[in-house]
Design a protein around this ligand. Structure first.
Ligand SMILES: Cc1cc2nc3c(=O)[nH]c(=O)nc-3n(C[C@H](O)[C@H](O)[C@H](O)COP(=O)(O)OP(=O)(O)OC[C@H]3O[C@@H](n4cnc5c(N)ncnc54)[C@H](O)[C@@H]3O)c2cc1C
Length: 355
């Protein structure tokens, strides 16, 4: 029997697995293949490490290896407000990474005492008297493992959350579409686009070497493909030249608007990262919360296995407060009238000489 089974080897699960004490018998289950060069089921993500994620990496004593970086590195965000027809630049330092390589690097730091199984899907679990039985599938073969504790680090579409916390209110759900287009140009800034005809959230453009990623997040009850096409039309009319289409990725993305949409721990089943609802409702930045919640759970378990649940729930209060503050800031970004006043005032904006 395992002490801890972790579902998902994204930044949250990999951080937890890396930091847990070696006295525990641990199994890490991941549906992607994240070993070697082969990539199956690539992650839909912008791959920008915002200042909060940079701070978390610093706190964890980590620096990013060169092969995880991609180009260009960006020091500003260009904000295009189609609702008010205004554009501004703001200083912001992101680290531009290859998301797949970031995940692989975090996994490479996991010590040998953690058993890992890739290309393996968690399907469900059931509680027994003194254990939890986890049902897994690999290459069509079904099998089960027993554990004392189950951790759901399985991201936005968390099956662990869906099963164990089904009575809880889920975060607002958006469908994210991100398409890759070839480019020969240089776009040395991150672009965020506000347009209420497209979405009440936002859209973005990020360069990754010879590709431009154009993405958006659409409320789940709307036609995401239609809205994506509308975004592209608007960009073309605005003067953007869209290069040859390369590939499309898509997934769900959570927007946690209330503390009640966060689920954390119950009956030895615990959630970390986006599975718990830890994601910025203003920018959709989630990597910092994944790293932080993974490390907080490791601390709680390493300190006292039997009472980890209370310690973890207490420690994530800071994350809840942080998400609450981000929600308070939302009208400044998403109310078209307030945004217009702020952008018109040129407060904190940069004058940039665009070539
Ligand atoms: C389009 C888009 C762009 C984004 N851009 C950024 C950005 O630029 N910067 C940023 O900070 N955040 C960004 N985010 C958010 C960020 O990607 C997530 O918040 C972050 O990855 C959460 O980390 P996690 O470890 O909790 O979950 P994930 O990174 O989602 O990892 C979950 C893992 O669980 C695995 N898994 C899921 N289900 C199962 C199962 N049933 N069985 C086995 N394994 C399973 C998955 O394969 C995955 O590896 C973006 C999100 C989206 C959708």
């Amino acid at each position: 029997m395992y002490d801890i089974v972790i579902i998902g080897a994204g930044p949250a699960g990999a951080t937890l697995a890396r930091l847990l004490d070696k006295k525990y018998k641990i199994l890490l289950v991941e549906k992607r293949i994240l070993e070697g060069d082969f990539i199956k089921r690539s992650k839909c993500c912008g791959g920008l490490l915002a200042p909060d994620a940079q701070k978390m990496l610093a706190k964890l004593g980590l620096g990013i290896p060169q092969n995880v970086l991609t180009g260009p590195q960006m020091f500003s965000v260009k904000t295009i407000d189609f609702d008010n027809r205004i554009e501004r630049f703001y200083q912001r330092h992101y680290i531009n990474v290859d998301r797949e390589k970031l995940d692989k690097w975090l996994i490479s730091l996991i010590p040998d005492h953690v058993e890992s199984i890739f290309d393996c899907i968690y399907t469900s679990h059931e509680h027994n008297e003194d254990s939890i039985l986890i049902h897994l599938t690999q290459n069509g073969i079904k099998f089960s493992v027993k554990t004392k504790m189950l951790v759901g680090a399985d991201g936005a579409i968390s099956k662990v959350r869906k099963q164990e916390f089904k009575g809880d209110k889920a975060p607002d759900t958006y469908v994210s579409i991100q398409k890759w287009y070839k480019t020969e140009g240089e776009m040395p800034f991150y672009t965020s686009i506000f347009d209420k005809e497209v979405t009440d959230f936002y859209s973005w453009i990020i360069q990754k070497n010879q590709y431009l990623l154009i993405g958006t997040a659409i409320p789940i009850n709307e036609d995401a493909n239609k809205k994506y096409d509308l975004l592209i039309n608007k960009l073309v009319n605005h003067g953007y030249k869209i290069g040859d289409y390369y590939k499309k990725t898509g997934t769900l993305i959570m927007r946690t608007r209330k503390s009640s949409q966060i689920s954390t721990a119950k009956d030895n089943v615990v959630l970390i990262g986006e599975a718990a609802g830890f994601i910025s409702p203003s920018s959709a930045e989630g990597i910092s919360y994944a790293l932080l919640s993974g490390s907080l759970l490791a601390k709680a378990i390493n300190k006292e296995y039997t009472s980890f649940q209370n310690a973890y729930v207490k420690s994530i209060k800071s994350i809840k407060t942080n998400i609450f503050i981000k929600n308070i800031k939302i009208p400044c970004m998403y109310n078209a009238f307030i945004r217009k006043l702020i952008m018109k005032s040129k407060l904190l904006s940069l004058d940039i000489d665009e070539a």
